[in-house]
Design a protein. Structure first.
Length: 202
């Protein structure tokens, strides 16, 4: 379904849930969800892990150091236990270092091939990704949405998306139930909530 048609359907659905949600979606306008193909999935996942719980600026700085430390070597080869001290010196925590090394180990064994992952449905892909040490549901949701372009992911573990939806509807109604009204395009609902949260007050 084209993003403009999704926007129109969202407005109709939001009208059944309250004027504040309706106004937020109308104000945001049509939103597009795109997928990534410019980086191998393992690299993208490692970069995402590196930046978690950091400001955008700090994440960019640390990732830059990590890439420099690889000196042109593929990251799947660079992320290994023998380079733990080097990775830690770039600013990675011990837990993040362990996670990126676990991701790279799977990549070297051919278990994170992009084509194979794209053939999976979102649930199977989530199970595959979250089996990696240090990779949780929130990270899997972000990967499904932003790398694979899955249209129907509601990241209820994302505080900003969940709290924004609560404020625009009702804190007494479970956000998972509210989000179900927007299936099979719940990823777009999350995008609308993030855009609203980042928008200046009106």
């Amino acid at each position: 379904m084209p993003h403009r048609a999704i926007h129109a359907r969202f407005i109709d659905t939001a009208r059944e849930l309250g004027p504040e949600l309706t106004a937020a979606i109308e104000r945001a306008g049509p939103i597009e969800l795109s997928s990534r193909a410019d980086l191998p999935f393992a690299d993208y996942l490692c970069r995402a892990i590196t930046g978690q719980q950091l400001s955008v600026k700090a994440a960019k700085t640390i990732w830059g150091r990590v890439e420099d430390s690889a000196a042109g070597k593929p990251l799947a080869e660079h992320f290994c236990e023998s380079n733990t001290d080097l990775l830690r010196s770039c600013g990675l925590s011990g837990a993040k270092t362990k996670t990126v090394c676990a991701i790279a180990d799977l990549a070297r064994r051919g278990e994170l091939k992009d084509d194979h992952l794209r053939e999976m449905n979102a649930a199977d892909r989530t199970a595959h990704i979250t089996a990696i040490w240090g990779v949780g549901q929130w990270t899997a949701d972000m990967m499904n949405m932003f790398y694979f372009g899955e249209p129907d992911i509601w990241p209820d573990g994302d505080v900003a998306a969940r709290k924004t939806l609560e404020r625009l509807t009702s804190p007494r109604r479970k956000t998972i139930r509210t989000a179900e009204r927007f299936a099979p395009h719940r990823s777009y609902l999350a995008l609308y909530m993030w855009r609203h949260a980042d928008a200046p007050p009106v």
